[in-house]
Design a binder for this molecule. Structure first.
Ligand code: BES
Ligand code: ZN
Ligand code: ZN
Length: 506
């Protein structure tokens, strides 16, 4: 869907449907809406007065215009109470608008934008609007035949203003929103794709292609190099699979001078069967999404490169399947990571931390100002926090604060769990430096404790997205399936980066 920002006169807009966004507590004082109301013999104000339409968030009503204005119909879309409006509610209202228009079979429509008393900076408001509208239209249809009569597509959404002065700001904001939504859609596509069509080698091909398209550097490390580096975590997990592992590196702005370097690490388990400690069959299909961290990192870098941010951004994506097999890693095995540390494998299903450990060690090479890993790491995090919020742990207060602020702004919120010393007890091993499971309690925290042993040389935040990466059901701008969580958060974090003056020392 293309979003056009344009100037025009409401009554003359020959749209199939003209959309007005209204606050629940709004009087029709706005000029363009008042003029339309008058032309329609006060039918809008009557509806509102008689409470036949209450403009709660995402509530809609469609009215015919009987040729009184150029548009054939108008649609009112509620924004809720003005004092309660947030950027995410804008995202939701835009999402509802776009999907309703599409489902009505409308291919082009116009939203009257200066009829709204906008409550946030224009750039934020319209970025959120564009994100919501585009994300709502996302569908994963690569494998499904859709009969032609059901193939509705909203091709153009016009945002109509009466004055020229805001157009530039709004256009920039809309472009940012589109870039972000496209990156989230790319991430959702990767996650929704069945495991057989996104093996580590296929993901590596995607990264190579992306690097060419957006002029970044890409390096893919395969078995010989992984062996040379002694990445026993990634190699150990990959042992049971016929698919060779890949360690994918995307490097944006590699030659940036006097700029901070941020490393994003994404867990890339393209299928998590549990390995020898096999998972139960129920819902095992969802474990194709165990590479959501890697997909989010790819999406975020794609968006950041299109936005041409000044920082150097590195994406590290250790990718492998976790499968049982004749040569699979067994409980009781001891593996050795690239840092030299050893770990006892208590459970082969706790594989994410093993591949992340090698990536965290590799991140040291870049002497980064910050390292953030995203991983569908533990069921325990889902038990603790549910599916609304991402679990956050880390070793640096300033970085945690930055992530938390970016989470609020992008509405991909995070909630901190304590990474206190006492929990480290649980991952002690009698026969190796550490073990990969910390017992039945506090699993999200003990998993982070494990990671912390490999992230000692830089400010680091770990995000457990096990609960937030997958939607059981759709929302105003999400669908059942992958959410694409992490992309908006990381993009927001980087765009805010220079606004916070503190520097982190290594
Ligand atoms: N990929 C899973 C975690 C997961 C669970 C992600 C549910 C998304 C939804 C991870 O590799 C795993 O299996 N973790 C185990 C660890 C346990 C064996 C210590 C878990 O959380 O049960
Ligand atoms: Zn697992
Ligand atoms: Zn896993």
């Amino acid at each position: 869907m293309k979003i056009n920002v344009k100037v025009g006169t409401v009554e003359k807009e020959a749209a199939e449907i003209l959309v007005f966004h209204v606050f629940e507590d709004m009087k029709i004082t706005n000029e363009s809406l008042a003029r339309c109301n008058k032309a329609l013999h006060n039918s809008i104000s009557e509806l509102i007065k008689k409470k036949e339409f209450i403009a709660r968030l995402s509530k809609t009503i469609v009215l015919p215009t009987y040729g009184k204005i150029s548009a054939k119909r108008i649609m009112l879309v509620g924004l809720g109470k003005k004092k309660d409006v947030t950027l995410d509610k804008i995202r939701q209202a835009a999402g509802t608008t776009a999907s309703i228009l599409r489902d009505m079979g409308i291919s082009e429509s116009t939203c009257v934008m200066d009829s709204i008393d906008i409550t946030a900076p224009l750039s934020e408001w319209f970025q959120a609007y564009a994100e919501g509208a585009r994300l709502a239209l996302y569908k994963f249809q690569r494998y499904k035949y859709i009969p032609p009569e059901e193939r509705h597509e909203l091709k153009v959404l016009n945002l109509l203003f009466s004055q020229k002065d805001v157009l530039t700001t709004v256009r920039v904001a809309v472009t940012c929103g589109e870039i972000i939504a496209d990156a989230v859609s790319f991430t959702r596509d990767l996650i929704n794709t069945p495991s057989r069509d996104k093996t580590p080698a296929i993901l590596a091909d995607y990264a190579v292609k992306m690097a060419k398209e957006y002029s970044m550097q890409c390096k893919v490390m395969s078995l010989p190099e992984l062996k040379k580096l002694g990445m026993g975590g990634l190699l150990g997990v990959a042992q049971g699979s016929v698919q060779p592992p890949k360690f994918i590196i995307l490097d944006y702005n590699a030659r940036a001078k006097n700029q901070d370097t941020l490393v994003f690490i994404g867990k890339g388990i393209t299928f998590d069967s549990g390995g020898i400690c096999l998972k139960q069959a129920k819902d095992m299909d969802l474990m194709k999404s165990d590479m959501s961290g890697a997909a989010a990192v790819m999406g975020a870098i794609m968006a950041l490169s299109k936005m041409k941010v000044p920082q150097r951004i590195i994406g590290l994506m250790p990718c492998t399947e976790n499968m049982p097999g004749g040569s699979a890693m067994k409980p009781g095995d001891i593996i050795k990571f690239s840092s030299g540390k050893t770990a006892e494998i208590a459970n082969t299903d706790a594989e994410g931390r093993l591949i992340l450990a090698d990536a965290l060690v590799y991140a040291e090479n870049y002497r980064p100002q910050a390292v953030i890993d995203l991983a569908t790491l533990t069921g325990s995090c889902v038990v603790a926090l549910g599916t609304v919020v991402t679990g956050m742990m880390g070793n640096n207060e300033a970085l945690k604060k930055r992530v938390q602020i970016a989470g609020e702004k992008s509405w991909e919120r995070v909630w901190e769990l304590p990474l206190w010393e006492e929990y480290q007890e649980q991952i002690k091993s009698d026969i190796a430096d550490i073990k990969n499971v910390g017992g039945p309690h506090g699993g999200a925290i003990t998993a982070a404790c494990f990671l912390s042993k490999f992230a000692e040389k830089y400010p680091w935040v770990h995000l457990d997205i096990a609960g937030t990466a997958w939607c059981e059901k759709g929302g105003a701008y999400t669908q059942k399936g992958a959410s694409g969580v992490g992309v908006r958060l990381l993009v927001q974090l980087v765009r805010n980066w220079a606004k916070f003056p503190e520097k982190h020392s290594l």
